[in-house]
Design a protein around this ligand. Sequence first.
Ligand code: FAD
Length: 470
Amino acid sequence: MTDLIGLYEKLEEAAPGRVRRNQAELCCYSGDASQVKGLPDFVVLPESTEEVSRIVKLAGEYEVPVTPRGAGTGLAGGAVPVRGGIVLDMSHMNHILEIDIADLQVVTEPGVIQDRLNQALKPYGFFFPPNPGSSAMCTVGGQIANNASGMRCVKYGTTKNYVLDLEVVLADGSVIHTGNRCLKTSSGYDLSRLFVGSEGTLGIITKAVLKISALPKCRKLVMVSFPTPEAAGRSVSLVFAAGVMPSACEILDRTSIKVLLKLDPDVILPKDGDVIIFEVDGSENAVNESAELIAGAVAEISSSVLIIDDPDEMQAVWDARKLLGAAVSKLDNTKTRIYLGEDLGVPIRKLPEMIEKVYEITGDLGLQPMIYGHVGDGTVHVGQFIDVLDPESWKKLEESADRLHLAAVSLGGTVSSEHGIGAARGEYLAAQCGHAFDVMRLIKKSLDPKGIFNPGKLGLWRKKQRRTGK
Ligand SMILES: Cc1cc2nc3c(=O)[nH]c(=O)nc-3n(C[C@H](O)[C@H](O)[C@H](O)COP(=O)(O)OP(=O)(O)OC[C@H]3O[C@@H](n4cnc5c(N)ncnc54)[C@H](O)[C@@H]3O)c2cc1C
């Protein structure tokens, strides 16, 4: 039996005045933006790498779990302490330490909020491109640990493409640097990539050196409406084949359009059909040329094309789009959006097939889906919403999630395009990875032999995770 009182006293010595154990405060850390739940024994708010190292050493000594947490906006229960123990709330390590334009990089602590980083970079004419829909809240540490991405990743890539170096506290409390400040390196295993997407299961990120990009001069939105969602899916390949690399490429099926117009009837959007919003950026000439090429590429299969370039109108479209995930409940206020089977990804040419399968599977089960997401990189978000008090609806939803994940795998796709595995879909990772999953377990075992970092995640323990919060 763990001596929790002894541990509390030592945690207080390690981070004086910043240890929480009051039930009400612990409850605030028992969830994230998913349905996964788990109560910690303690929450600690470290302010330095040294403090993190001391806390991790204590966790190892007492063999209690440590779950790092950024802003808790994750959609797979990654930051939820499903096996109790210590939650490390990294939000107090929130300083931008250096902006180094000459070397195209920034050095930040993990608790920096993504939008704040971009506000700080804007006066220099630069930005950190991976932009999740949660950018107003989520932290750089959470982004790295989830390899988060967003609307502009079709052109700019995901978080992993921007990480040059991470400072990481390992399970024995020691501290390593995974890379360096060069823009490229060919020296040994790529440890930065190992920690990107590791969801707090291998170590605690305490500092990051991130590459940045110059802000484009111009943007334009080309909003195209299609008679069917499959035709919308097909258009993505046609646009790539025309030689255009859009900076964003978002699908909004007709249900999504209905939800957005309920949210804001004045937002400029095609009112009928299934829509793809292509954004192009760059110089004025390049933007105009790309917009024309897109309109030409989709001419034969589209119903209408609407182009806007007013910055406020474009911002209103993106602001509305950012709210879409949760807003599906607007269609029926007795139902709640549940994040299960919501983050599929497939190769671009398989998009029409994946979209068809989403309608087929949800239709069989009598569920109404909403399809949206960054379809330019193969992401298919499926919004499903149910009466959470009805056990039958939960069963249907879980069956739908099972079938959707396996359908994505059968098309050569992924069970999580960007939200991560967490505790919500651990059982599907093995199905996607095959023997590579055993290699993941070996890596976990050698870096964290006592299993203190974020246990119960990624399916590494092969126990079916609690998914419904019941
Ligand atoms: C409205 C909404 C829209 C979203 N849109 C997108 C989107 O477009 N694209 C996308 O990719 N995601 C999206 N997400 C998911 C989520 O916001 C992102 O993955 C985000 O980057 C998580 O950041 P966070 O700070 O909230 O992390 P948390 O949820 O706190 O944690 C996420 C994971 O990172 C680990 N972690 C956190 N900090 C550290 C650290 N310092 N060291 C090691 N591990 C750590 C946690 O243990 C957990 O496993 C969205 C979520 C919401 C609610």
